[in-house]
Structures are given as C-alpha cells and as structure tokens.
Design a protein. Structure first.
Length: 165
C-alpha cells in the first residue's frame, strides 16, 4: 500500500495560486497525495479566473474553497507532511505551529489576480502561472520520496522553489 502524503499550500488570500496548486496536487498526484490550500487572510471566494483555468484543463473544482489556515492547525485536522507557500507575503508571515513538523518550502509565483487589463490578458496571466505551478508540482511528484531522508527532502523542496519556472 502506498503512503498518502498530505500537502498544505499557503497563500495570503487563498483564491488563486494556492487553489491551483491544490488542484494540481490532487489531480496529478491523486494516488499519492492529498492536498489542501489555505490563507492567512482568505479572500472568502476562489478567483473566477482560477476556476476557469482549472476547468479548461479538465480538473475538478467542486470542492475548492477559500479558507483560513487556522483550520489546519486545529485538533483533528489532517497531519501535514509538506507545507508550501506560493506567495511572498505568506512566506514572510508567522504561521501557526503545524503538528508533526512538516517539511516546508517557499515556491514563489507572481500573483495573476494582480494583473490589470483585458479579460484576455488576465486569462493569459492565470494560464502562465498555472503552467509554472504545474512544472514545480510535477518535479516534486517525481521525487523518490521513500528513499530520501528528511534533510534531503527539505533540500529538494527548496531547490524546486529556487529553480527558474
């Protein structure tokens, strides 16, 4: 039986980048990973362009919602194996204490929700960021997790976040 790893993807607003990363992990890594996303100051709704991008590639969106990261620091919350921040604001905030000392890394991406312009330009920004997140998630999913010790996993996760997207 394969171990299922829990991943929590954090971003301040939990409306775009972290949501897309959650969907990527749950779709591409569906038999090995269970991903969640959350934010320190959640927007309260998922950005419609993020939903549109996920639907365009055929990913399920029904269970995606913007939520506070405190939800995952409560008793009874799933124990996380990995924590990934995807925006610079969340990376610099004081996070809750996560039970079990999960391995963490920062994978920064530009905020597609901050793009101003036409709908076409906004869709293009979401498509580009989705592709960047997809590349990093794919590299992570291909790591030989069962053969790496915690320190090696930490180094690999950080290297993924530092690599050009």
């Amino acid at each position: 039986m394969t171990q299922i790893y829990n991943v929590l993807v954090l971003c301040t607003g939990n409306s775009a980048r972290s949501i897309m990363a959650e969907a990527l992990f749950n779709t591409l890594g569906k038999d090995r990973f269970k991903a969640y996303s959350a934010g320190s100051h959640p927007a309260g709704q998922v950005n419609p362009y993020a939903i549109e991008q996920l639907k365009t590639v055929g990913y399920p969106v029904e269970h995606l919602r913007s939520k506070n990261w405190s939800e995952f620091a409560q008793p009874g919350a799933p124990k996380m194996d990995f924590i990934i921040t995807v925006c610079d604001n969340a990376a610099n905030e004081v996070c809750p204490i996560w039970p079990g000392q999960p391995i963490s890394a920062h994978w920064g991406f530009k905020d597609p929700a901050a793009v101003e312009g036409s709908d076409k330009e906004k869709r293009q920004a979401f498509r580009e960021i989705f592709q960047q997140i997809s590349r990093r998630v794919t590299v992570f999913l291909n790591l030989p997790l069962m053969t790496l010790d915690k320190a090696s996993l930490q180094r690999e996760m950080r290297a993924i976040g530092e690599a050009a997207v």
